[in-house]
Design a protein around this ligand. Structure first.
Ligand code: AMP
Ligand code: MN
Ligand code: MN
Ligand code: MN
Length: 277
């Protein structure tokens, strides 16, 4: 698949990615991208550096991927065009950092009950200067030889419904949409087909999302099938949402993905880039 000239969903070491913001920038330049958004989980810590170092030919859009709940189910919302100075945003992200730290302690305790040694030291080391997530536990488990791969760590211990999938009080969708709006950003529903929602459920979600001021929906990303891609474009039209796309890049070790690598949106439909540029 050819590289697109933009990528509106990528992670760095500021959350669970393995490239520093500057290494990610270098990769985007190598791939001749013209517009990128860094969308780390619940943080904008990497964004400032990217903006400072980006060459003139590359536009950096400040972003973040917000974890929240809708009807009790965890969903991800990408905020694009956020104002980094926004106090509402800063206060919100501080709260999330604490929530994730408390959650990490709970995950550790739950794993210890399954006779896994305490991972917290290693996890904190790996997540130093970044927002803590389950992938840091997966990395620690590989490092200690408890599992052979990060994927195995998710399959056995950390994935949905497993012992390390600790429930915490993530913010509600409506809270996140308010924070994004008040920070001058635009809200995009991230990777709709990655939640095990039926298409009926996705439509129900989108009705609420649009009603609450959500403006965009990702219709192309790593792993989506062509038929789902076309179905999501139809839904964007149905709910008057702009389309967005990105690789959800985390690491060069994931050879099936890369920055700017996703199915091109061939249809001429309203795009979030029209609103952002
Ligand atoms: P967290 O924000 O701590 O809940 O971690 C979520 C992140 O973990 C996602 O953004 C992915 O990077 C990764 N992840 C979640 N579920 C899986 C899975 N089943 N297999 C591999 N990685 C996963
Ligand atoms: Mn992630
Ligand atoms: Mn996500
Ligand atoms: Mn992501």
């Amino acid at each position: 698949m050819r590289h697109q000239a933009y990528d509106l969903h990528m992670h760095s070491t500021a959350s669970d990615g393995t490239l520093s913001p500057l290494d990610l920038l270098e990769r985007a330049v190598q791939r001749s991208l013209q517009v990128i958004a860094l969308t780390d989980h619940d943080t904008v810590e990497g964004v400032r550096q990217l903006i400072a170092e980006a060459p003139d030919k590359l536009t950096v859009i400040p972003g973040a991927e917000f974890t929240c709940v809708w009807r009790g189910r965890v969903v991800h919302i990408v905020g694009l065009g956020l104002s980094l100075e926004s106090e509402v945003l800063q206060t919100y992200l501080k709260r999330l950092d604490l929530l994730r730290e408390e959650r990490a302690e709970k995950i550790n305790q739950r794993l210890m009950k399954k006779n896994i040694p305490s991972l917290l030291g290693l996890v904190n080391e790996r997540a130093e200067n970044s927002v803590i997530g389950r992938p840091h536990f997966a990395q620690a488990m590989v490092e200690l030889g408890i599992v052979n791969s990060e994927q195995q760590a998710f399959n056995q211990y950390l994935g949905s419904g497993k012992v390390g999938d600790v429930k915490v009080d993530w913010p509600e969708l409506s809270d996140v949409l308010a924070v994004i709006r008040e920070s001058g950003g635009l809200a995009v529903f991230a990777h709709p087909t990655k939640y095990k929602f039926t298409f009926t459920k996705i439509r129900e979600f989108l009705a609420d999302f649009a009603e609450l001021g959500g403006e965009g929906i990702e219709v192309s990303y790593t792993g989506i099938s062509p038929s789902h891609h076309h179905e999501l474009i139809r839904m964007a039209d149905m709910f008057d949402l702009k389309v967005s796309a990105g690789s959800d890049f985390h690491s060069p070790k994931h050879h099936w993905t890369d920055v700017g690598r996703f199915m091109p949106i061939k249809k001429d439909v309203p795009h979030v880039l029209d609103a952002l540029m």
